[in-house]
Design a protein around this ligand. Sequence first.
Ligand code: MG
Length: 381
Amino acid sequence: MIKAVSILGSTGSIGRQSIAAAQHLGIPVAALTANRKIDLVEQQARQLKPKYVAVFDENAANDLKIKLADTNIKVGSGMTGLIEAATIGEADCVVTAVSGSVGLKPTLAAIETHKRIALANKETLVCAGEIVMPAAAEEGAEIVPVDSEHSAIFQCLMGRKKGELKKILLTGSGGPFRGRDRSELEDITPEQAVKHPNWSMGAKISVDSATMMNKGLEYIEAMHLFGVSPDDIQVVVHPQSIVHSMVELIDGTVIAQLGVPDMGLPIQLAMTYPERCASPFKHLDFYDMKDMTFEAPDYEKTPCLKLAMDCARIGGTAPCIMSAANEVAVSMFLNHRLGYNQIYDCALQAVESIEIIKEPELDAILEADERARVFVREHFS
Ligand code: MG
């Protein structure tokens, strides 16, 4: 088990559940970071007594500094603060629960300091999997996925040889609008889109689940994490979210990981791996279980998923451009400044309009990310 943890994005859904897991396991929290919710960070800091807290927003960080003046907790800000929290000497594990590509640099910094990455930030691998995975291998930094699907695949592959894997069966619920045509989704509001049938999650990922962009991002993430080609991953719609993903082995055996849909489980495993500990979560009751169904995705109705799968094949900066454009589009949608169906239009047009760089270095990735954001703001607001 790990000795101490640093939690990047502590006020979000995964961040709060990571704190709960650390407390349940008796693991000290060495550092916290947040975007700007300083009242909650202050409360977390007073309770957990970390050595360091970083708030991304400069003004909010100054406010927090004043609030925590009576403590020994050091307060930092900006990307420097995030990196300091990610590399803090006391922690041997970093939960990367920030939303968006802001997680990329701190994750790379944590890898360089040989920490275990409890990876909860999809964009890191989507944008820079070709840089992050080799860096982790070179530095000997473990990457333990927190995303439920990737945790499931990780668990199904524990103790397996690479050559035994035939394909990954990536499951997804299909989201709240499963089966509905684009024309029926024209007037969907943010309030409707964030209501997921099975999972309780943050706003951005809930919208991504509704459009199934989330499954597309997970497809790209799985490709990097498990070193497989796009052809070796099959998306399977499983509305009940009991099977969290599966692997098919070369002899035809399928291994699945099942559990209640609660992010607390993969979060706890990322902290206890390779061991397991008793958890406070509900266990599956097979007598109580309703039907489990599986079906193929309908790509006509989920164009975001198709776009992400196409970008996975194109490679280079294509996934990064798509993901960054989607991030801005979702944020505009949540602020009632963009229609639901336009989220796809933003991502597609960004990918079609911005030059795609093959085998990019980190700078080219960050530039592609920025160009995609500017593109959406200029063309859709
Ligand atoms: Mg997931």
